[in-house]
Design a protein around this ligand. Structure first.
Ligand code: SF4
Length: 98
């Protein structure tokens, strides 16, 4: 993907629209007391900044803005630290091209 010079990823992501499937989160973080290095990595690599720390220092996800890139799946699904699936048909990201 080419991006014009000076255009921020956040500005491009803002062009997309999302149809939220209320109550049906397609990505879940397994309960934990102290986040692993892999979970902490998700805070930095998710392009949509879906991951954050709660007040107890645990990693949480708000997948409403997820662009379904699969990066977090590659990093943390294999270890069982997250559950990942695509949203149900008709829900999730609606990409705007151009
Ligand atoms: S699939 Fe991509 S955009 Fe969605 S939560 Fe994971 S890293 Fe973020």
């Amino acid at each position: 993907m080419t991006t014009e010079p000076g255009v921020r990823v956040e500005d491009k992501l803002f062009q997309n629209r999302y149809l939220v499937d209320a109550g049906q989160a397609h990505i879940k973080v397994k309960p934990h007391t102290k986040p692993s290095a892999a979970l902490l990595t998700l805070l930095k690599v998710c392009p949509a900044h879906c991951y954050d720390l709660n007040s107890n220092g645990q990693v949480e996800i708000a997948p409403d803005g997820c662009v379904e890139c699969g990066t977090c799946r590659v990093i943390a699904e294999g270890s069982g630290e997250i559950e990942w699936s695509y949203p149900r048909g008709g829900y999730g990201v609606l990409f705007k091209f151009g």
